[in-house]
Design a binder for this molecule. Structure first.
Ligand code: CA
Length: 289
C-alpha cells in the first residue's frame, strides 16, 4: 500500500512508499507540509515536503516504543499548539499523544492502555477540545483537554456502544453529530445535546468498517460500507432529521469514502481493501420540463 497525497493548490503529486501503511495524515505547520505515516511494520515516520526537490523526504522517526499496532492517526491544533494522536489496537497497546516543539513531534501523553483502540476523533464540544477514543474491548471514552494541566483528562464514556470500529464527528447546520461504525449489529448516529450524546438513529450493519458522513452543498449523505454485501448511501431528510436510504453501491471491502470536488464536478472516492478504488460522481439531474 502507498500513501497518496494530492496538493491541489500546487498542482503537485507525490508518492510516499511504505510497508503496511495503516494511516496517514497531513498537517501544515508554519507553511511547511508534513505527512505523518503509521505503519504496521518498519516503524512510523513523518515526511516533510521539500520544495527544492519537489518531493517528500523523511523528516523524523516517530518514537513508538509503546505502540505496537497503530490503527489510526488524527492531527489537530489546540490554541497555537499542534498535536497528533496514534490509536493503538494491540492488546498491550497504548494510544499516545504527540506534540510539536518547533523541531519535531515528541511523545507527550499516554492516553489509553490495553483496550485495543480502533479509532480516535478530535472534536470541539462547546468550545472545549475533546478526543473520542473507540475501542474493541470497551465503550468509546471521551477525553477533555484541561487548559490548566495542559493534558487530556478522562471525562466520560458513551454507553451501550460496545465494539465500535470507527467514529466520525460531523455537523449539519451547526448541530454536532457522531457516526459510530460497528462491524456487527447496528452502526449509530448520535446527536450532541446539552452536554450529552444521545442516539438518534440505528443503521443495520453487516461487516461495516466505515460509516462516513459527507456532503455536497446542502445535501448531507452517509456512506455505510459492507464487507459482505452492498454498501448503503443514506441521505439526510431535513424534515424528519434522520438519514433515509438513498442508493446501494457495490465496493469490495470498502475502507474509506473521500470527497473530491473540482470547481464544477463532485466526486466520491471509495477505497477498497481487496479491489480497486472506485470513483462515483455526484450528479444533479434536472427533471423539470
Ligand atoms: Ca480517526
Amino acid at each position: 500500500m502507498t500513501c497518496l497525497l494530492l496538493l491541489f493548490t500546487l498542482h503537485l503529486f507525490s508518492i510516499i512508499a511504505g510497508q503496511s501503511i495503516v494511516a496517514c495524515k497531513s498537517v501544515i505547520i508554519q507553511d511547511q507540509v508534513f505527512v505523518i505515516v503509521a505503519q504496521l511494520f518498519g516503524g512510523s515516520h513523518i515526511y516533510k515536503f521539500d520544495e527544492d526537490q519537489s518531493k517528500f523526504s523523511k523528516f523524523q522517526d516517530i518514537e513508538v516504543s509503546r505502540i505496537s499496532k497503530p490503527n489510526d492517526i488524527e492531527a489537530f491544533q489546540i490554541g497555537n499548539d499542534w498535536f497528533f494522536i496514534i490509536a493503538d489496537s494491540s492488546k498491550a497497546g497504548l494510544s499516545t499523544l504527540y506534540k510539536w516543539n518547533d523541531k519535531g513531534f515528541y511523545s507527550y501523553q499516554s492516553l489509553h492502555e490495553w483496550f485495543r483502540d480502533t479509532d480516535a476523533e478530535f472534536v470541539d464540544l462547546d468550545g472545549k477540545a475533546h478526543i473520542i477514543l473507540a475501542s474493541r474491548s470497551q465503550v468509546p471514552v471521551i477525553y477533555q483537554w484541561s487548559r490548566s494541566a495542559q493534558k487530556f483528562n478522562l471525562h466520560g464514556e458513551i454507553p451501550n456502544m460496545e465494539d465500535v470500529v470507527a467514529v466520525k464527528a460531523f455537523r449539519i447546520k451547526e448541530e454536532l453529530y457522531l457516526a459510530m461504525t460497528r462491524y456487527i449489529g447496528d452502526s449509530k448516529i448520535l446527536h450532541w445535546t446539552a452536554k450529552d450524546f444521545s442516539e438518534v438513529q440505528a443503521l443495520p450493519s453487516r461487516g461495516s468498517m466505515i460509516l462516513q458522513p459527507f456532503f455536497f452543498k446542502d445535501r448531507y449523505y452517509l456512506a455505510l460500507g459492507s464487507d459482505y454485501t452492498f454498501s448503503q448511501i443514506y441521505l439526510w431528510d431535513a424534515e424528519t432529521k434522520i438519514f433515509e436510504r438513498f442508493k446501494e453501491v457495490y465496493i469490495q471491502a470498502p475502507r474509506s469514502f473521500t470527497v473530491v470536488s473540482t470547481d464544477r464536478r463532485d466526486f466520491i472516492f471509495a477505497s477498497s481493501f481487496k479491489g480497486s478504488t472506485q470513483i462515483f460522481e455526484h450528479i444533479i439531474i434536472d427533471l423539470s420540463l
